[in-house]
Design a protein around this ligand. Structure first.
Ligand SMILES: C[S@@+](CC[C@H](N)C(=O)[O-])C[C@H]1O[C@@H](n2cnc3c(N)ncnc32)[C@H](O)[C@@H]1O
Length: 304
């Protein structure tokens, strides 16, 4: 397939997949716009940027989805003005509803990361969460981020899948599949109907097209440096928490969602938070970024 038609196919798949996912996205991922969500995203931005952590006047989000990152950063005061972009109008419609409910002034634009409809030097922070791995042309994307950033502005991208972390996560998923029948008997849930009620049948095949990259730290830093950014930092987060989280999600996916008891969700959620704290305190300062499940990258555009 020629490069441009592959890029076009990935674009179309992303639009379709995320339009289909939009209505259930916040529930599926447990997205919170209260104090908990604000604390999560501020922590990630601080981890990505290190000492030079905002606040920033004009924030532009790439692949904003339903606004998990940007709406929470705006509420936490890390950005003063919020512009959200995405290729999926369905996701942006949900973001608009949440912004209205939260009384946040958010500007939205449905566009490609490589073709941002904004003048040069019009933002102080360009950021994103779980979006770079969907972008087929990272060089063109980072060149475009550089164009719209003011001199001395910052980029910060969090929640990107790490190549080794992804491989490590297959172990708990395998164990969970083997234990699933015993687990369902324990919690009193029946097996999920074939194809599950919680995933539209069309989503499965699209999922394999939209996930374009899983990164090593070096591979994530390269297109950022090639675009001319300075002070490139790559860090990693979540190891114990992601092993626990993936095992639980794999178990839950085998059961009828309505039959998984509340007490299980409480255990899974509280356990995850506890292990995140353990990762932060013990593992993240000591282990190389490559072994973590998520990678974060941050850098600065050269000053004028
Ligand atoms: C995994 S979702 C993450 C959404 C949100 N950032 C979050 O963390 O909840 C990835 C988002 O990137 C968007 N996206 C995919 N390809 C894109 C592209 N080429 N340009 C801009 N956005 C894109 C998708 O439509 C989707 O909303």
């Amino acid at each position: 397939m020629a490069a441009s038609s592959a890029t076009e196919e990935i674009h179309e798949a992303n639009v379709r997949y995320h339009d289909l996912a939009a209505a259930r996205y916040d529930v599926k991922w447990g997205i919170d716009f209260g104090e908990r969500g604000q604390k999560q995203v501020s922590g990630k931005l601080r981890k990505a940027l290190g000492e030079s952590f905002g606040p920033f006047r004009r924030g532009l989000e790439i692949g904003a989805g339903t606004g998990y990152f940007g709406l929470n950063l705006r509420q936490a005061g890390a950005i003063e003005e919020y512009t959200a972009t995405d290729v999926s109008q369905g996701m942006l419609d949900v973001l608009d509803e949440s912004a209205h409910r939260l009384d946040i002034d958010a500007r939205t634009a449905c566009c490609e990361a490589t073709r941002l409809p904004f003048p040069d030097a019009s933002f102080d922070l360009v950021f994103g969460h779980a979006v770079l791995h969907h972008l087929p042309d990272l060089d063109a994307s980072f060149a475009e981020f550089m164009r719209v950033l003011a001199p001395g502005g910052a980029i910060a991208f969090c929640g990107e899948p790490s190549l080794y972390g992804d491989k490590i996560a297959t172990a708990p998923k395998r164990v969970a599949h083997a234990l699933a029948p015993a687990w369902r008997a324990l919690v009193g849930a029946s097996a999920a109907a074939r194809n599950g009620h919680h995933q539209v049948a069309e989503e499965g095949p699209l999922e394999r097209i939209v996930d374009v990259h899983a990164f090593t730290p070096a591979a994530l830093a390269q297109p950022v440096r090639r675009a001319g950014f300075q002070g490139v930092r790559v860090s990693g987060e979540e190891l114990a928490a992601s092993l626990f989280g993936w095992a639980n999600r794999a178990l839950e996916a085998t059961a009828e969602p309505s039959e998984v008891p509340w007490i299980w969700h409480q255990y899974a959620y509280r356990g995850y938070l506890g292990l995140q704290a353990l990762d932060r305190a013990l593992l993240e300062p000591r282990l190389p970024p490559a072994v973590f499940y998520n990678l974060l990258v941050a850098a600065r555009s050269p000053s004028a």
